[in-house]
Design a protein around this ligand. Structure first.
Ligand SMILES: Cc1cc2nc3c(=O)[nH]c(=O)nc-3n(C[C@H](O)[C@H](O)[C@H](O)COP(=O)(O)O)c2cc1C
Length: 338
């Protein structure tokens, strides 16, 4: 199977829920939530993509970097590159219903492990989906990270225990999902979290604790005050609130405020190895990639995931060579053209 065949297969299996466009930019699917798009006008998803595309990089070729090293360490785990599969849940709600949650997530988790990175798995309105995700993680020695929705704290803490039992090496809460329509449509109550609530969640587990959905310097500072181990700069792929800036636009000021106080991950519109380099140049320690992992799993299963991850890693290597970065720590402001 080549990359083009994989995308063609994905188009069929996604059953109309995603057109698998040449550029996954949120234009055609604007307003499709539930579905694969961004909320309402789709601006937040479109802006994630556009703001990242608009970043230009400095080509630097007078140096001796010929074999760049993309490896990194997060949460005590070595990764071949600073990339995670973002938590994406809800095959029946969002992805056309042709493939079950388990059929979709198994190749994501296993394909990531095979290619030297890790998957994050999520939680949604249908409780069984988290259980399926945890079963798959357990079958793979817990090699992944679990994100739980912002339910009342006592419910989150119960689910954190289940993630611990499944062997996950970190846990998190996507706090921005307190605005997600797929949850309210199912009568599920999610709530915003204040610093005290986050402190309680952090204290409930020995695992590294991550907060996903930070889009302002103020929230980043509050997350640091709560003692979290990592933040994900993210607008949930533009699915919770219309008219936000793109993640790449807010990342530099957030990084300036909290760099080295907390691990900074980011997502939204990352599609290629060049995009990974841009996000790190803008101040992130690592990235999450969302929708392309859905297409890869729906189109090619484990082989599709490995093909996609290897493609992104080789693009990252090529871009590091052309910007003179020997390792990930070398990627900083100097690679960004201003
Ligand atoms: C269909 C769909 C389902 C998602 N489900 C979850 C989820 O269960 N938990 C979560 O934290 N984020 C979820 N997200 C958001 C992603 O983790 C991620 O933030 C976003 O997709 C990144 O943007 P990108 O797809 O442009 O890469 C979902 C996104 C989509 C498109």
């Amino acid at each position: 199977m080549d990359y083009k065949d994989m995308l063609k297969e994905a188009r069929g299996n996604l059953n109309g829920s995603c057109r698998v466009c040449k550029s996954c930019n949120g234009v055609v699917c604007a307003g499709e939530v539930p579905g694969m798009g961004g909320k309402d006008t789709g601006y937040s998803f479109i802006q994630n993509y556009k703001s990242l595309q608009d970043i230009k990089i400095n080509m630097r070729v007078i140096h001796n970097v010929s074999n760049p090293d993309t490896s990194v360490e997060f949460f005590g785990k070595k990764l071949k590159a600073p990339i995670f599969a973002a938590p994406i849940t809800g095959t029946t709600l969002n992805m056309g219903g042709k493939i079950s949650e388990r059929e979709y997530i198994t190749p994501v988790v296993e394909g990531c492990i095979e290619s030297g990175i890790y998957a994050m798995v999520g939680d949604t309105a249908v409780d069984q989906f988290l259980m399926d995700n945890l079963d798959v993680l357990k079958e793979n020695d817990g090699q992944g990270i679990v994100f739980i929705k912002p339910w009342e704290n006592h419910d989150i803490i119960k689910k954190i225990k289940l993630a611990e039992e499944a062997g996950a090496f970190a846990v998190g809460v996507d706090v921005d999902a307190c605005g997600l329509v797929t949850l309210s449509m199912h009568g599920k109550t999610v709530v915003p979290k204040d610093v005290e609530a986050l402190k309680e969640l952090k204290a409930s587990t020995k695992l590294p604790f991550i907060v996903k959905g930070i889009m302002t310097v103020e929230d980043a500072l509050l997350a640091v005050e709560a003692g979290v181990d990592a933040i994900v700069v993210s607008n949930h792929g533009g699915r919770v609130l219309d008219c936000t800036p793109g993640a790449a636009e807010v990342l530099p000021s957030i990084a300036e405020a909290v760099k080295d106080k907390v691990t900074i991950l980011v997502d939204g519109g990352v599609r290629s190895g060049t995009d990974v380099l841009k996000m790190i140049g803008l101040g992130a320690d690592g990235v999450l990639i969302g929708r392309p992992f859905v297409t890869a799993s729906f189109g090619g299963g484990k082989e599709g995931i490995e093909m996609y991850v290897n493609k992104v890693i080789s693009e990252l290597e090529a871009t590091m060579r052309l910007t003179g970065c020997q390792n990930i720590k070398d990627i900083d402001k100097k690679v960004i053209y201003r």
